[in-house]
Design a protein around this ligand. Structure first.
Ligand code: CP
Ligand code: NVA
Length: 314
């Protein structure tokens, strides 16, 4: 057990990212860096532990990084595919939780409704981790800011522009970015702003960390001088029926070469993936050397190992 891990003393669930204070986030990034640099030191950290991944939506990155991370730490995982039947269809969520807690050491869930995670967490006496919900994608944002810290050395005052839908990804960038002391500028079309409660919470934390949260309309204003430019799909999983209308609404929010050129000279491009080239981002932006999308994806593995270690092994 590392000294860094023992200082974290976190609440055991990781449902939103708001569970952590700025110092805990800093300690967490230190642990992530240590585990990335010295994977051998942590090989048996979760020996004998079994985790259930219960997913109501498809996944490449989240599933593979969690399953790989668990295996790297000596544990094992069971994947429950709920992509064709939501969790509560066969039995109540609380019964699923009360069964699972008797057998396994942790639950990693990708769900349509954040409330499903809350119900799992309220009824299971083992850690529950948000692997994406309608409201948050905190594991992705941990990987993103960890990647930016590797790139820029420091997150305080780092200017990140998020262009597009004020969705789960945007919420988690605000939540984690505020704790990191970053300067986040979000640009969305009218009616697609992030949740007011998420903005208020992020602004409150940003006052403490000297970060800054700005919610704007203009992509140009958001991107101007930014060191990191982030976008996500216009149509999130579960919103497929709105696809045609959203493509029209978001047309002016594409991250293309012209928009990216307004960022800082050393700016990087980020996307959580999967991406739609030609919609929210052009090939010329996502497939250029300043795009760090695969570093983000790699770091999902390292931060999720650190997350499991923090919640279970420290
Ligand atoms: N970024 C991300 O969570 O990817 P998946 O949907 O493939 O897990
Ligand atoms: N906003 C996207 C993120 C996918 C990783 C979605 O929820 O589908």
């Amino acid at each position: 057990m590392s000294a860094t891990a023992t200082t974290l003393a976190l609440k055991r669930d990781f449902l939103t990212g708001t569970e952590w204070n700025p110092k805990q986030l800093r300690d967490f990034f230190r642990l992530s860096a240590e585990m990335k640099a010295h994977p051998d030191r942590y090989r048996g950290a979760l020996a004998g532990s079994v985790f259930v991944l219960i997913f109501e939506k498809p996944s490449l990155r989240t599933r593979v990084t969690f399953e790989t991370g668990i295996a790297n730490l000596g544990g094992s995982s069971i994947f429950l595919d709920h992509t064709s039947a939501r969790l509560a269809e066969r039995e109540p969520v609380r019964d699923i939780a009360r069964n699972l807690e008797r057998w396994v050491q942790g639950i990693i869930a990708r769900v349509f409704a954040q409330e499903t995670l809350d119900e799992l967490a309220a009824n299971a006496n083992v850690p529950v981790i948000n692997a994406l919900s309608d409201k948050f994608h905190p594991c992705q944002a941990l990987a993103d800011f960890f990647t930016l810290e590797e790139r820029f050395g420091n997150l305080r005052g780092l200017k990140l522009a998020y262009v597009g839908d004020g969705n789960n990804m945007c919420h988690s960038l605000l939540t984690i970015g505020a704790r990191a002391g970053a300067h986040i500028r979000v640009a969305t079309p009218a009616g697609y702003e992030p949740d007011a409660g998420v903005i208020a919470e992020a602004k409150r934390v940003a006052r403490e960390t000297r970060g800054k949260i700005e919610i704007l309309r203009s992509p140009e204003e958001a991107v101007s001088g930014a060191q990191a430019v982030y976008t996500d799909v216009w149509v999130s999983m579960g919103q497929e029926t709105e696809a045609a209308q959203r493509e029209v609404t978001f047309a002016g929010y594409q991250v293309n070469e012209q928009l990216f050129a307004q960022a800082a000279p050393d700016a990087v491009f980020l996307h959580c993936l999967p991406a739609h080239r030609g919609l929210e981002v052009t090939e010329g932006v996502i497939d250029q050397p300043r795009s760090i999308i695969y570093d983000q994806a790699e770091n999902r593995l390292h931060v999720e190992k650190a997350l499991l270690h923090t919640l279970l092994a420290s």
